[in-house]
Design a protein around this ligand. Structure first.
Ligand code: GTP
Length: 577
């Protein structure tokens, strides 16, 4: 689970192995600037080190749910895993979910309780919770402080005994699994692999199983603190390969690498390709920056193939990009990186999920943008994505959480006590309801004590309609949403009310309407400004006048002009809330 100390523990291991010293920053594995600043791991990272004559390949995994696909793909290339639990927090939703993933892979799981140096550490309680989710005895659970280093060396020593060595044969034909890739402007794609069988060498011709594309290995090696070139990687090793691959999209995570002329080897059991689940549109605040946005998106895509983008031209918001993400945190991170690393100012529309719509003519289409939703007269059935939600919560907040999940169209599955005061609740919930603030709502109800995790669970039929928002008669892309039929009127009324408080008063009256098809179902008005505010600045008070103008300009920074009306970024977020 997020923040339980995985990256800190990894740092301690590296220190013991003599790889990390004063010159290297703490949390070296969280190398992305944003990762360090937010203190969260976004991408899984691999590092190899030697200790007591053994080679360890260790992968630090992200804790946030949006990136749990990283964890699942990493687990397929491991022999064992450390289940790290914060002694002050106990077992949380992602502890449960990731533990289940590791058990499915049949991995050796080593339970470790961290942060025992803290005065509020609840060691006994945490031990009992771990024993509820994992069949282990109390004396098999390690107690460490990744911060002070207490217990870390003993843990590392025991890993040698407890984690089995990899089993692959060096003399068989090459089969290596791709589990990650990053882009380097000099080397092209750097592909991270686990060699299951055979060996891979510099100069060798290799083939990607899924595409049949052939490349020559220019370089291979292992990842220490830096990349260290080696002549070969043999069965059991984890390392990287550079093979002049210019487009990172050509590297499919989960694909198998074989020798170029090998037509007999079967692929390793890979994993499903990840597809974006959440879509939103990015528009530059000033249209002149569309070229810059295009370049920035292309650059980011090189390093993150799970983020998709295609150019769009909206009648109201102009040129922009429709982008696909793994979840809403992923969306926020990409937006933040675009603004920070490329100095762009962007308007983001509210996130949407991908609907499958069966039409009366027999076709089924995928719709990732409400603006493209077909005319209701043409629709036979609508299907929406569903998730399985796991919530871990103190008992006293269960009824509040249950009520919230019911309001959000959740279907209760089961409940399980991990100790007399905490429960695991499982629910099915539409993804669209989940991305509309479920995380903060659950945190608010439980005063921060409950956690949740989700996994995608296919599609289900639903009664939905498209709700449009019109500003002075103009339908605005990005303000349209897909809502449950029975909630459409209420949503429409609430939304126009809230928008009327966000859209600033202009020199004329602004009508905000909610409509289903051609039928207007709610309306609110933003009254016109009575007088020019500057008129209040009497006579020659130039500085005051200038200050006021500047304040107005400041306020306009993140606005989009729709017709004659300036619509601020907040309006687009309001739809989502
Ligand atoms: P994500 O990458 O976001 O999933 O988090 P993580 O599990 O890698 O946690 P990280 O190592 O970033 O640690 C989270 C916070 O806990 C940091 O502020 C650490 O300094 C702190 N921390 C980690 N281990 C210990 C420990 O043993 N004791 C104390 N007191 N603090 C710790």
């Amino acid at each position: 689970h997020i923040d339980h100390g995985k990256t800190t523990l990894t740092d301690r291991f590296l220190e013991i192995a003599g790889l990390l010293s004063g010159e290297h920053p703490e949390q070296f594995l969280d190398s992305m600037e944003l990762e360090r600043e937010r203190g969260i791991t976004i991408k899984a990272k691999v590092v190899s080190f030697e200790y007591k004559g053994y080679l360890f390949n260790l992968v630090d995994t992200p804790g946030h749910v949006d990136f749990s696909y990283e964890v699942s793909r990493v687990l397929t290339s491991c022999e064992g895993s450390i289940l790290l639990v914060d002694a002050t927090q106990g077992v949380e939703a992602q502890t449960v979910a990731n533990c289940e993933l590791a058990m499915k892979e049949d991995l050796e799981i080593i339970p470790v309780i961290n942060k025992i140096d803290l005065p509020n550490a609840q060691i006994e309680k945490t031990k009992n919770e771990i024993m509820e989710i994992l069949p282990v005895n109390e004396d098999e659970i390690y107690l460490v402080s990744a911060k002070t280093g207490y217990g870390v060396r003993e843990l590392l020593d025991d890993l040698i005994e407890k984690i089995p060595p990899p089993s692959g044969e060096k003399d068989l034909p090459l089969r290596a699994l791709i589990f990650d890739s990053v882009y380097d402007s000099y080397k092209g794609a750097i592909v991270y692999i686990k060699v299951f069988e055979g060996e891979i060498k510099r100069g060798m011709k290799i083939k990607f199983y899924s595409s049949g594309d052939v490349y020559e290995v220019n370089e291979c090696g292992v990842q220490r603190i830096q990349m260290i070139k080696t002549d070969e990687l043999v069965a059991g090793e984890i390392g990287y390969v550079v093979a002049g691959i210019k487009d990172i999209s050509d590297v499919k995570i989960g694909d198998t690498i074989v020798e170029a002329n090998d037509v007999e080897s079967k692929p390793l059991p890979g994993f499903k390709e990840v597809k974006p689940f959440v879509f939103s549109s990015f528009f530059p605040v000033e249209e002149t920056t569309i070229e810059n946005l295009k370049n920035a998106i292309e650059k980011l895509h090189l390093n993150d193939a799970s983020f998709e983008a295609r150019p769009i031209n909206s009648p109201t918001l102009g040129f922009g990009y429709r982008c696909g993400f793994l979840g809403t945190l992923h969306m926020e991170i990409i937006r933040e990186r675009l603004e920070r690393e490329f100095s762009l100012k962007i308007i983001t529309t509210s996130p949407n999920v991908v609907y499958k719509v069966k039409l009366r003519n027999g076709d089924t289409i995928s719709v990732d943008n409400p603006s493209n939703f077909p005319d209701p007269a043409k629709i036979e059935e609508i299907y929406e994505p569903i998730t399985k939600i796991t919530v871990v919560s103190p008992v006293e907040y269960i009824s509040g959480i249950m009520e919230l999940l019911k309001e959000k169209r959740g279907k209760f599955l089961k409940m399980h006590y991990i100790n007399p005061t905490r429960v695991i609740i499982e629910f099915m919930l539409p993804l669209s309801e989940m991305i509309q603030g479920l995380y903060s709502q659950i945190k608010a109800i439980s005063k921060g004590f409950a956690s949740f995790d989700y996994e995608h669970a296919g599609y289900e039929k639903a009664e939905l309609v498209k709700l449009d928002i019109l500003i002075n008669g103009k339908e605005v892309e990005g303000l349209s949403i897909i809502v449950p039929k029975e909630k459409a009127y209420r949503k429409g009324r609430e939304l126009v009310e809230r928008l009327s408080k966000i859209i600033p008063r202009q020199l004329f009256e602004v009508a905000i309407q909610a409509a289903i098809g051609k039928r207007v179902i709610a309306r609110a008005t933003v009254k016109a400004l009575r007088k020019d505010v500057l008129a209040k600045c009497y006579g020659g008070d130039v500085t005051r006048k200038r200050k006021l103008l500047e304040k107005q300009k400041e306020g306009k920074k993140r606005m989009k002009r729709i017709g004659k009306v300036d619509v601020p970024q907040e309006a687009f977020w309001e739809v989502w809330k």
